[in-house]
Write a protein that binds this ligand. Structure first.
Ligand SMILES: Nc1ncnc2c1ncn2[C@@H]1O[C@H](COP(=O)(O)OP(=O)(O)O)[C@@H](O)[C@H]1O
Ligand SMILES: C=C(OP(=O)(O)O)C(=O)O
Ligand SMILES: [Mn+2]
Length: 528
């Protein structure tokens, strides 16, 4: 298929009289309700359920291997290749499927808050609630911008179109296919809205490094003095929760980029996990769930329409999507300066990594490449309890290029801007998963606060015997005892075994980074 045919296919679809383009939030909410795609909650949010797929489906995600991607993509389990022919056949089928719908919904906007680097995108949805999600999660254009908007990448999402793997060449009925030639992301078979935003993030991770901009799987906020903080972490580690801070202005909760002028948000909204959400612990997120917000797989009372955030019947991965403006203290547009502090978040289910440690430059590079955390239940299909994982750059599922590309850029930037780096374990304490418990959010918030206020810059530290990490001996608001993992375990032998086991996993995983400098390779756990 050549470019002409490609655009004619899309053009035909977009010129159909079933196309509802750039509807307002109110119009989309009405559509969601009238089409019976969802219900209204007591605070005016719409609530939709997604059936079988309640999390991302990494095994169903592919990148078309063509002249645009072949020599650049780091092919493997994360970046699975698929033939151009398979994509093009499915592309035609999906377009046919959408043409036959009574209505389809189109959002036009941007990925990237910095006007110099933004990507004009369009999102074509079979479901109105997905289009509302896209509107709230991506950057909404002004009327003027809309008038001259020419999309440079298109997401097409047709959840009720199910592939037949034996005919269509997919892995299952669900598929997320990226074509850099056609500049199209084709999604079918899954209703999980997260695929829509994370697939745009994936292509930004391909496109931005070419412009010498570092894309990052992190949240960002700004202090009163204009000091910028980034929070890297895989799903469920606390990016969204910890970046929502009444004392700091929110830039964004999940996807950012670092250019020569500073950081900018890729998105225009947040996508918060809302399992066990409470107004007391997470007031900003709780109060953002109002008219215009989308609740996904949350269960609510049939009569009062009050969400029950403790209910895990549908999934642990319940979500709330809302535009940034639903949070009071934000930076608008979502652009900030160069980061003063970077926090790597890990939800360590082994309960052996210190709750906070200060990293040297080499340790920072080591831990960025390692990307250790535990996958928590729900965000990816098939994960039902914490599972240790090493996800390079704290975002491997979204990185088309080799991890070293991103790591090199981060290293240079940390050097240039003298950024301090901390590792914060938001996971288990007092024992591993099943024995210990997740560290208190209030303690983690106190540690974040101390790190960002510079209170930990020149303080006494103690070196962790197994991981070689420098642990501050005091952090305001946190009992000293909590800071040293071993002290929180009753069974010290069990602690030691668990910690050494994790250290070995680190070493094993790091073997694949054979090209890094010896200083970085040796900055891992001291226990060999
Ligand atoms: N100590 C802690 N630090 C951060 N989050 C915690 C902590 N304890 C429990 N949590 C919960 O873990 C989840 C973190 O999820 P979230 O912030 O959405 O992660 P991410 O944005 O990185 O995917 C939230 O549901 C939060 O309430
Ligand atoms: C939506 C996701 O991201 P996070 O959990 O990091 O918010 C995801 O990984 O599917
Ligand atoms: Mn998040």
């Amino acid at each position: 298929m050549n470019m002409v045919m490609k655009s004619s296919l899309l053009e035909e679809l977009l010129s159909g009289n079933n196309v509802k383009k750039n509807l307002s939030v109110a119009q989309l909410v009405e559509k969601v309700l009238s089409r019976k795609e969802g219900l209204l909650s007591d605070t005016g949010a719409v609530l939709a359920t997604t059936g079988k797929y309640t999390g991302r489906s990494p095994e169903d995600k592919f990148i078309v291997k063509d002249t645009f991607s072949e020599g650049k993509v780091d092919w493997g389990k994360v970046n699975q290749p698929i033939d151009k022919e398979i994509f093009e056949k499915l592309y035609k089928k999906v377009i046919q499927h959408l043409k036959s719908q009574n209505e389809i919904f189109v959002f036009e906007g941007f990925a990237g808050a910095d006007e110099n680097y933004r990507l004009p995108i369009q999102v074509i949805n079979e479901f109105a609630w997905h289009n509302l999600f896209a509107k709230q999660l991506f950057i909404r254009p002004t009327e003027e911008q809309l008038a001259s908007h020419i999309p440079s990448f298109t997401v097409i999402s047709a959840p009720t179109f199910k592939a037949d793997p034996s005919i269509d060449g997919t892995n299952s009925e669900a598929f997320i296919l990226i074509s850099f030639e056609h500049r199209v992301i084709l999604i079918g078979g899954t209703e999980y809205a997260g695929e829509i935003k994370k697939s745009i993030f994936s292509i930004m991770n391909f496109l931005l490094p070419e412009k010498n901009i570092l894309p990052m799987h992190c949240s960002a906020n700004v202090g009163k003095e204009g000091d910028v903080a980034l929070f890297f972490g895989l799903s469920g580690t606390g990016k969204t929760t910890l970046s929502a801070d009444p004392y700091r202005l929110l830039v964004g909760d999940d996807e950012h980029a670092w250019s020569s002028s500073g950081v900018f948000n890729i998105e225009g909204g947040c996508y918060a996990k809302c399992i066990n959400l409470s107004e007391e612990k997470e007031p900003q997120i709780f109060n953002a769930i109002k008219f215009g917000a989308v609740l996904e797989n949350v269960v609510m009372d049939e009569i009062t329409r009050k969400p029950n955030f403790d209910n895990t019947t549908l999934t642990e991965n319940t979500r709330a999507a809302y535009p940034l403006e639903h949070i009071d203290n934000i930076v608008n547009p979502s652009i900030a300066g160069h980061p003063n502090t970077i926090i790597f978040l890990t939800a360590d289910a082994s309960g052996t990594l210190p709750p906070i440690s200060k990293l040297s430059k080499e340790q920072a590079m080591y831990h960025f490449l390692s990307g250790y955390t535990s996958k928590l239940a729900g965000t990816e299909r098939g994960v039902t309890e914490p599972q240790a994982t090493f996800s390079a750059c704290f975002g491997a599922p979204f990185l088309p290029l080799e991890p070293a590309t991103y790591a090199k850029m981060l290293g240079e930037k940390i050097d240039q801007y003298h950024t301090n780096v901390f590792l914060i374990n938001t996971g288990w304490t007092g024992g591993s998963y099943g024995i210990g418990s997740r560290i208190k959010l209030s303690y983690t918030r106190a540690m974040v606060h101390a790190a960002l206020e510079g209170e930990l810059n020149n303080v006494e530290t103690i070196k962790d015997e197994i991981f070689g990490l420098e642990i501050p001996t005091h952090v305001a608001g946190v009992p000293d005892n909590v800071l040293i993992p071993k002290n929180t375990w009753t069974d010290k032998t069990a602690y030691e075994k668990q910690a050494k086991d994790l250290a070995c996993q680190f070493h094993e995983n790091f073997k694949k980074f054979s090209h890094v400098s010896p200083e970085i390779a040796q900055a891992g756990p001291t226990f060999q």
